[in-house]
Write a protein that binds this ligand. Structure first.
Ligand code: AMP
Length: 394
């Protein structure tokens, strides 16, 4: 078990909390504050326990001077202050005297947000390459380090691994919640345990399939990746997404696990990936040469629903259709609806799956929606996440 924020006496201490404030921004405006909201329990706990709270986060990628303007964390400080009903000191620097003196002026229970950690990437990727000097320097600003940024836990950066190597450390409530749900599901699932995989490419999910095929009872395949599986079984898939290099892998999986891997029986086809495209339902043996399979169709909805009904644990990662286009979003919506009705433990991987479920109004209908796309995938692959491995055991 990892140490958590609860394992420390925070009173009067400078507590650095690495949060994930990587929110979608447009023209300096926050489009969705979910990640800020998800960080509140840990921040409030530190405030209530009289810590001097120093928050660090990345925002977007910083490669050019323009990225500095685009990825300024200032609007996040304003929003955080509203959510906490409390002043948040924002320091527009990632090092130096201004930052150090703002930290030394903090009183117990005060909150400070430092500028985007990736400003340090402009000159030699210091944050993203976990430059030792930077991790040491940031660690020198605090007494205790808490990692609560699940979205970057699969990367070894100065603001997670670098600082944690130098300070007493623990995880925050968000990472604790992510681990509790995702690790429990893959280490000790209540069965039957079903995994639903979608998304564009098989190659992105090979690691997940290889790991979960040994753990899950069923793996249902949808999305663009279903067509590579179908091709491996000899079906013609027209102009559908095809991941040539993964055909052999799919064939091998179907040979080894014919009763575990479940393929759709029909799909909705279009002529192109657009709202104006004509559409048609087709059984999988009848996809025309000039068509693309862009969603599941009715018989597959029923097939997927029958597995959902008998499952006790379900993990879903990857939309089952091109959900950004309304006419090809039905399968992903129906899947949300079926999962919302289920009394199984239902866990959604982050990224596009979470975005789709939230967009369609299912935010509070599942056991857990992960806040980390890449990080949740790597956990499902059975990999260690460096930002979490570095945290001390109890
Ligand atoms: P991923 O990032 O791998 O989870 O892929 C998500 C993307 O896959 C979304 O943008 C979907 O629009 C896309 N997608 C899902 N199903 C299909 C499909 N049948 N054809 C094309 N794109 C799809």
């Amino acid at each position: 078990m990892k140490k958590t924020i609860r394992d420390y006496d925070l009173s009067g201490k400078k507590v650095i909390i690495r949060v994930d404030f990587n929110v979608p921004m447009k023209d300096g405006k926050i489009q969705d504050d979910n990640r800020i909201v998800e960080s509140l329990p840990t921040i409030k706990y530190a405030i209530d326990n009289h810590a001097k709270v120093i928050l660090m986060s990345h925002l977007g990628r910083v490669k050019t001077e323009e990225d500095l303007v685009k990825n300024n964390l200032k609007p996040v400080a304003t929003r955080l202050s509203e959510l906490l009903s409390k002043e948040v000191v924002f320091v527009d620097k990632t090092r130096g005297e201004e930052l150090e003196s703002a930290i030394s002026n903090l009183q117990d229970g005060d909150v400070l947000l430092m500028q985007n950690t990736r400003y340090e990437d402009l000159d030699g990727k210091k944050e993203s390459s976990n430059e030792e000097e930077l991790g040491n320097y940031w660690a020198s600003l605090g007494d205790i380090y808490i990692n609560d940024a699940f979205g970057t836990a699969h990367r070894a950066h100065a603001s997670n691994v670098g600082i944690a190597s130098n300070l007493p450390n623990g995880i925050g409530f968000l990472i604790e919640k992510e681990l509790e749900h995702l690790e429990k599901a893959i280490k000790d699932p209540v069965r039957p345990f079903t995994v639903i995989l979608g998304g564009a490419k098989v190659s992105d999910k090979i690691g997940v399939i290889e790991n979960l095929v040994n753990i899950a009872d069923y793996i249902l395949i949808g999305g663009g990746m279903m067509f590579t599986f179908l091709k491996s079984q000899g079906y013609e898939v027209g102009k559908s997404l095809l991941d040539e290099e993964s055909i052999e892998f799919c064939k091998k999986m179907m040979e080894e696990y014919p009763n575990k891997i479940v393929l759709p029986v029909d799909c909705t086809c279009g002529k192109e990936l657009s709202e104006d495209s004509p559409m048609r339902a087709a059984i999988i043996s009848d996809i025309h040469e000039d068509e693309m399979g862009l969603d599941l169709s009715l018989k597959s909805f029923d097939l997927f629903a029958s597995y959902i009904k008998m499952s006790k644990t379900i993990i879903w990662n990857g939309p089952v259709g091109a959900f950004e286009i309304e006419k090809f979003s039905i399968g992903t919506k129906v899947l949300c609806e079926e999962l919302a009705k289920s009394d199984a433990t239902v866990i959604l991987g982050g990224g596009d799956t979470a975005a789709a479920a939230i967009q369609f109004g299912y935010k509070d209908k599942f056991t857990h929606i992960s806040t980390g796309g890449g990080a949740s995938l790597e956990l499902l692959e059975g990999k260690d996440l460096p930002g979490i491995s570095i945290i001390s055991e109890k």
